[in-house]
Design a protein around this ligand. Structure first.
Ligand code: ADP
Ligand code: MG
Length: 339
């Protein structure tokens, strides 16, 4: 989907009120009825009629008919607009450039601040692939069924923000987080190639051990990345140093899972992260090492970093309940294909 930054300037203040009213109405209505939009926006009936028409024409909302009534739904375009408008009001983001990535669950754009410095905007798009399937099978949203993709995408961005902030504050090699609004995360642009695109490195042994050291540092701080593979490792163009991205699936080493039983699940996540690196290095660089981190040893030494980041993230406001809701979705989507 194309992000239209020019639209940022051409939404009138009344249109903005109507758009915000649709967003607010979506909290408890899958399809927001027109009278409710009128009521929330505080505008005249006839005026709102026209305004919804112009917003729908620009795909910021869409008109939907269900069995009972006709109403409107915020589109991803509308949600993008609202998030970008907030960032632009806060002066964290000024303009939108090219799209550099389309993931299964996100869109990535190069954007800039008022001085023209480049940053990366990640828009979470949960629900793009198989939200309907999840919704049919699972009851995880409870009363919030109607919040669907908007709620899930916002949770993913909040989780990623919480982790990125804490990791960055503790000097882990991750991009500097700049701002987070709704389903969007603004972060430092890393001038790098994803490891996936790197065919040759001067010293594979050094990179391998750096990457394993990072896994161990994560675990000592109470965390497992959970999707640690050649897509989520960037190699800086200038220095060859690795930077780790993509945190919505991070788990705590003391994560409990009723179905699998601790510590089987974390054990599996940890081993999968380690195995992804080993397999990739074997295939791509013909590099193999008998040395690789073992989960039990690490967990016994847990706390060596002197802090528990998983506990800090929880204290920062992204709690266990939110984490659980997201995990339900992730377990359905699966992770990126490793190697
Ligand atoms: P997804 O969840 O869709 O996998 P990622 O966070 O892994 O999203 O980002 C997808 C791609 O976008 C990465 O593989 C990378 O090429 C690019 N990218 C993401 N963040 C940055 C960044 N901070 N700087 C430069 N490129 C980035
Ligand atoms: Mg990724």
């Amino acid at each position: 989907m194309k992000l239209d930054a020019t639209d940022l300037r051409y939404v009138t203040s009344d249109e903005f009120r109507v758009l915000t009213a649709v967003e607010m109405g979506s909290k408890n209505h899958e399809i927001v009825p027109l009278p409710l939009i009128v009521q929330i926006s505080g505008l005249r009936n006839g005026g709102v009629n026209k305004l919804v028409g112009s917003l729908a024409k620009r795909n910021l909302i869409s008109k939907v008919q269900n069995a009972k009534y006709e109403g409107y739904r915020l589109t991803y375009g509308g949600y993008d607009y609202l998030a970008m408008r907030t960032m632009s009001k806060r002066d964290t983001m000024h303009s939108v450039g090219n799209q550099i990535g389309v993931g299964k669950e996100s869109d990535i754009y190069i954007v800039a601040d008022a001085e023209g410095s480049e940053m990366v905007l990640k828009l979470h798009r949960l629900g793009r692939v198989s939200f309907r399937a999840i919704k049919e099978k699972r009851d995880y949203l409870g009363k919030r069924k109607s919040a669907s993709w908007m709620y899930m995408s916002r949770l993913a961005a909040q989780k990623e923000w919480a982790f990125m902030k804490i990791l960055h504050e503790h000097d882990f090699p991750v991009p500097r987080p700049i701002d987070q609004v709704r389903h969007c995360l603004l972060m430092e642009f890393i001038d790098a190639y994803p490891l996936r695109q790197v065919s040759d490195v001067p010293n594979p042994g050094k990179l391998y051990s750096d990457l394993m050291d990072i896994i161990v540092r994560f675990a000592h701080a109470g965390l497992i990345h959970g999707d640690y593979n050649e897509f989520n490792i960037l190699i800086r163009r200038e220095t060859g140093e690795p930077i780790i991205i993509d945190f919505p699936q991070m788990v705590s080493t003391s994560h409990e899972n009723a179905e699998c039983g601790f510590p089987n699940l974390v054990f599996r996540y940890f081993n999968r992260d380690v195995e992804c690196i080993r397999t990739f290095f074997k295939r791509r660089f013909r590099y193999e090492s008998a040395l690789y981190p073992k989960f039990r040893k690490i967990v016994n030494a847990s706390g060596e970093e002197g802090f528990k980041l998983d506990v800090m993230v929880e204290a920062s406001g992204f709690g266990r309940k939110e984490m659980k809701v997201l995990e339900e979705v992730r377990s359905f989507h699966g992770s990126e294909n490793c190697c």
